[in-house]
Design a protein around this ligand. Structure first.
Ligand code: HEM
Length: 510
């Protein structure tokens, strides 16, 4: 009897649930889905494997989306998603659907309402303060930090020279972490010299735990997660990150108070020029209005956001570029020729003015970001029915996956050789995008990456410092389309940790 009543209640609940969402079902049915969709659970069973399987599934459905004219429907149980890679449609999505998908809530545990995943009303205020802090004039002054930190990385890499393949990941990820901590907080955490530093290990562990939570349904409910021992590790790591950042914030506030009390009123005027040498933390305190501006918690959220958003992303880009250069030695030779023209046999560190002379390296980085974008997918919420330029309608209550990975490989926009690694496609005379959104490693629209100029400076500095001293050696490719096994780890990472071998270059050779 109880069983029957339960079944009837469940049946009624399903009818009401479906009736309320009838418009969603109707609009969803107008957009094609993939052939392997299960009528009950949709594509949920396709996202159950390990991080590599999940990435392969997302890439596979990007190809299916290309065949379905740039927009695909995909149910994950009762949750409706769309994948898009049509540039006109993506532009509208990125301009109008500003709210991040609920899957990001697990990262919010760490960075709270830090701008990257904050709800729109909070994000708007924070973005206004972040943008001037990332102005080119401020960011270019950080090249000195990137240059010093990349010299440290170069020295560390020397121990791996001529010893066969090894993973670049620990070297590049600690380079970017040291650079970000120094420019964001003004602290040298020396992760490159001390890979066991608590800040570094806590950040790595917590990001790994969050990624697992996003893709494993049974880890998602808070009450259930608390039953797993990993939730205690999570708590411990979070406390470490928070107390470290809180300590730095307190120190900076005290320093600023001291500075202000030692200055006359005229010296304290609002002038970005005064802040050129300052860290992001100092800029955020000042630009938000000093004592009356961001609270300590808001500052912590933003500083941790910058640390998390800026560390692995740039490290991944450096890793893929080095790996690609190891696979295509003739392209690496051209990079080295350019570096040799600038530096000759000198081992002076890179300075700001060198960056604009690295024209070929810039094309290589752009091409690497095209084929292996560190953030391959962006997921936004659709809060109201959204009509796309292609004529289709995304219903309110769904989620939309913008496939940067797919857009970057669609032959419709990149030609039949879309999968080929060809840096010269970015030569000014050849580069003619039919729509700006067909190339957007840093996203597009009002929520795009504020750190893109910072990232490009850091990436180019690190690459030129390494490539001047070492030849990267890998499995030379027989085809022009590189095959690299990738996995989903919040961003898209190389399965084998960017394994290459290094050979030291001799002073006068090229
Ligand atoms: C190769 C390196 C990087 C890549 C590929 C990258 C990519 C992205 C992408 C795709 C987004 C936008 C997501 C969306 O539209 O929903 C984003 C947002 C963001 N990125 Fe980056 N990023 C990189 C480096 C950095 C660096 C170095 C920083 C800071 C130091 C940074 C800070 C941010 C912030 C704060 C946001 C949030 C912006 C907002 O919501 O208003 N990123 N990034």
């Amino acid at each position: 009897m109880i069983l029957w009543l339960t079944l009837i209640a469940l049946g009624l609940w399903t009818v009401v649930f479906r009736y309320r969402r009838r418009r969603l079902y109707k609009l969803a049915s107008l957009i094609p889905g993939p052939e392997d969709e299960n009528p009950l659970i949709g594509l949920a069973h396709k996202f159950t494997g390990d991080d590599e399987d999940i990435m392969s599934a997302l890439q596979r459905y990007s190809y299916v989306t290309m065949e379905l004219d740039g927009l695909m429907r995909g149910w994950l149980n009762h949750i409706l998603y769309f994948v898009t890679l049509n540039p006109q449609d993506m532009e509208v999505v990125l301009k109008t659907c500003l709210e991040k998908d609920d899957l990001h809530r697990f990262i919010r545990n760490i960075i709270g309402y830090g701008s990257i995943f904050a709800p729109v009303p909070i994000w708007r205020r924070r973005r206004k303060i972040l943008v001037p802090a990332f102005s080119p004039k401020i960011v270019e002054n950080f090249v000195e930090v990137f240059s010093q930190q990349s010299q440290v990385m170069k020295k560390k890499l020397e121990t791996c020279c001529n010893k066969g393949p090894f993973s670049l990941w620990p070297f590049v990820s600690t380079y970017t972490l040291d650079s970000v901590c120094e420019t964001a907080m003004g602290v040298k955490i020396n992760a490159q010299s001390n890979p066991n530093s608590t800040f570094l290990t806590s950040m790595n562990s917590i990001l790994h735990l969050v990624c697992q939570r996003i893709f494993h349904l049974w880890l998602q409910p808070e009450w259930l997660y608390k039953l797993f021992p990993r939730s205690q590790v999570h708590e411990k790591c979070m406390k470490t990150l928070h107390s470290f950042t809180d300590g730095v914030i307190k120190m900076k506030r005290d320093e600023i108070r001291m500075e202000i009390s030692n200055k006359s009123e005229a010296d304290c005027e609002y002038d970005l020029g005064n802040y050129r040498q300052k860290t992001f933390l100092e800029l955020l305190i000042t630009l938000s209005g000093g004592e009356k501006g961001f609270t300590d918690i808001e500052l912590r959220e933003e500083v941790l956001t910058l640390t998390i958003a800026g560390t692995d992303t740039s490290a991944v880009a450096i890793g893929y570029t080095l790996k690609l250069l190891s696979m295509y030695p003739h392209i690496q030779d051209k990079v080295y020729e350019e570096l040799y023209e600038i530096y000759g046999d000198s081992d002076r560190p890179l300075i700001k003015d060198d960056i604009c002379r690295l024209k070929y390296l810039e094309r290589v980085v752009k091409e690497s970001l095209r084929l292996f974008p560190p953030v391959p997918f962006i997921i936004r919420k659709v809060l109201e029915d959204t009509k796309l330029p292609s004529g289709r309608i995304l219903p309110a209550g769904s989620g939309v996956v913008v496939s940067i990975w797919g857009a970057h490989r669609d032959p419709k926009y990149w030609g039949p050789d879309a999968e080929v690694f060809d840096p010269d496609r970015f030569l000014p005379e050849r580069f003619k995008l039919s729509h700006p959104c067909s190339y957007m490693p840093f996203s597009s629209g009002p929520r795009n990456c504020v750190g893109y100029q910072y990232a490009l400076l850091s990436i180019k500095t690190a690459l030129s410092t390494i490539l001047r001293s070492y030849r990267v050696v890998g499995d030379a490719q027989t085809t022009a389309s590189p095959r690299i096994r990738t996995k989903m780890a919040i961003m898209m990472k190389d399965v084998d940790g960017y394994k290459v071998a290094l050979e030291k270059r001799k002073p006068t050779s090229n």
